[in-house]
Design a protein around this ligand. Structure first.
Ligand SMILES: C[S@@+](CC[C@H](N)C(=O)[O-])C[C@H]1O[C@@H](n2cnc3c(N)ncnc32)[C@H](O)[C@@H]1O
Length: 234
């Protein structure tokens, strides 16, 4: 799913409290030793920056479909020689390398946990066959014994709020047969300055475990900080 429309406003929305970036990185780095890491759907590089600040010698790779997001990431991360970015669609990427940790946070795949209910997996890719292809490519990039960390989010709901630049961020969720549609808007007073719609596919926890299990990727646990569900590749 292309994020070009949102790219210019992404950082101001996200750093107005949408994600807890330091907490995400605490969780990511909580199971050393880790030498090389890949982020799937790295966006504007906010998580990679936080990792690089703490771990200047760790080899970091970020892939993302949307060049406009990567342009911002390149600018942000140019001071870090240990980070490489690449424009790739996860459904057919092949970097010829395997990693100790692969993670995605709000990126291509993530989990939603609503209270005591079972987690369900959300995909930015609406087509099922493309999800199958993407997970196959992802598995090819994981070393034996490596970890796959998929971010956890709370339930999505309709709301609007004023963000740090004074604009209003709003989102609206509409259930569909395959998952849900999410409309994102940014309003300056009453003028719409950004609108984006994502058609998400969802999978039950058992469907997600089966999709990953085919590639020897097994569920391990929820991380202590509840930022990620942790999987391991056999
Ligand atoms: C909500 S952003 C998350 C960015 C980043 N992980 C963060 O925490 O700020 C989702 C990102 O996933 C990327 N994405 C969506 N579908 C993709 C695909 N098929 N292949 C690669 N990246 C994709 C989008 O371009 C977007 O930058």
């Amino acid at each position: 799913m292309d994020y070009t429309n949102m790219a210019a406003y992404y950082d101001v929305i996200m750093t107005s409290g949408y994600y807890d970036y330091p907490g995400i990185v605490d969780s990511l780095l909580s199971h050393p030793p880790i030498q090389n890491v890949i982020e799937i759907g790295c966006g504007t590089g906010l998580i990679l920056e936080e990792i690089a600040k703490r771990e200047p010698s760790m080899r970091l790779k970020g892939i993302d479909l949307t060049q406009a997001m990567l342009d911002i990431a390149n600018q942000r991360l140019k001071v870090y020689s240990n980070i490489e970015l690449s424009q790739q669609n996860v459904v057919d990427f092949d970097l010829g390398e395997q990693y100790d940790v692969a993670f995605s946070y709000g990126g291509v795949w993530y989990f939603v946990i609503d209270g005591d209910q079972e987690p369900f997996m959300v995909s930015h890719i609406a087509d099922h066959d493309l999800n199958v292809l993407g997970l196959k490519q992802l598995a090819l990039h994981l070393k034996s014994g490596s970890q796959l960390l998929l971010g956890i989010q709370g339930p999505h709901f309709n709301y609007d709020k004023t963000i740090s630049n004074g604009m209003t961020y709003a989102q609206e969720i509409i259930p569909t047969d395959i998952g849900f549609i999410k409309h994102y808007f940014l309003l300056d007073k009453s003028k719409e300055v950004m609108a984006q719609t994502v058609n998400y596919r969802t999978y039950t926890f058992s469907e997600a475990k089966a999709l990953l299990g085919v590639h020897g990727i097994e569920y391990v646990s929820k991380d202590a900080g509840s930022k990620f569900l942790r999987f391991q590749k056999n």
